[in-house]
Design a protein around this ligand. Structure first.
Ligand code: ADP
Length: 165
């Protein structure tokens, strides 16, 4: 059984992430979405909120693609998380050249930690490529329309949270 791990912060999950998950489903039998706690990044949504938003999308995508999708929160090393869930592949999305340098370093170091785990990069559809959680939050905070970037459920959660703060 081919198991892939798609790790990220998902603060919150965007249509860019959804695009990558859908593509990842075509490559593996089970896709584990690894949700990093990432306290350092000071996430807008706490871990439980991010996980439940992903679970809603995951259920829909699993039905559409026929691939098993699990959501798994992790706080340890990515490579250890991959081993814990039995993943032989780490999936990452690539947006712009700016993503490349960081990803290049990550692959280089992760490969030295465990050479049996391969990292595979995927690119989203053109209209989803530029979407970044950070910018979606900024646009929503300034009362912009984020409906092209996130699902209606995530949009509602963003509005609720950003109105509170
Ligand atoms: P991280 O903190 O790991 O960067 P993110 O939630 O920002 O977490 O992103 C998780 C993964 O999804 C990363 O590989 C990132 O490059 C990818 N990703 C995010 N948005 C997009 C997008 N619009 N198109 C392609 N990949 C994306």
């Amino acid at each position: 059984m081919r198991i892939g791990l798609y790790p990220g912060t998902f603060d919150p999950i965007t249509l860019g992430h959804v695009d990558i998950i859908r593509r990842g489903c075509a490559l593996v039998d089970r896709l584990v979405i690894g949700v990093a706690i990432n306290r350092d990044k000071g996430p807008l949504f706490d871990l439980d909120e991010r996980v439940s938003m992903i679970e809603v999308e995951a259920a829909r995508l699993a039905e559409q693609t026929g691939t098993e999708i699990q959501v798994h929160a992790f706080e340890n090393l990515l490579i250890d998380c991959a081993r814990d869930v039995g993943a032989g592949i780490i999936l990452r999305g690539l947006r712009a050249v700016s993503d490349f340098e960081y990803e290049y370093q990550m692959v280089g170091m992760n490969r030295q930690l465990d050479s049996s785990i391969e990292t595979v990069f995927l690119m989203a559809e053109a209209q989803h490529q530029a979407i970044a959680s950070k910018l979606v939050k900024e646009i929503c905070r300034l009362n912009g329309d984020v409906s092209n970037f996130v699902t209606p459920a995530v949009e509602a959660a963003l509005k609720r949270r950003l109105r509170q703060s």
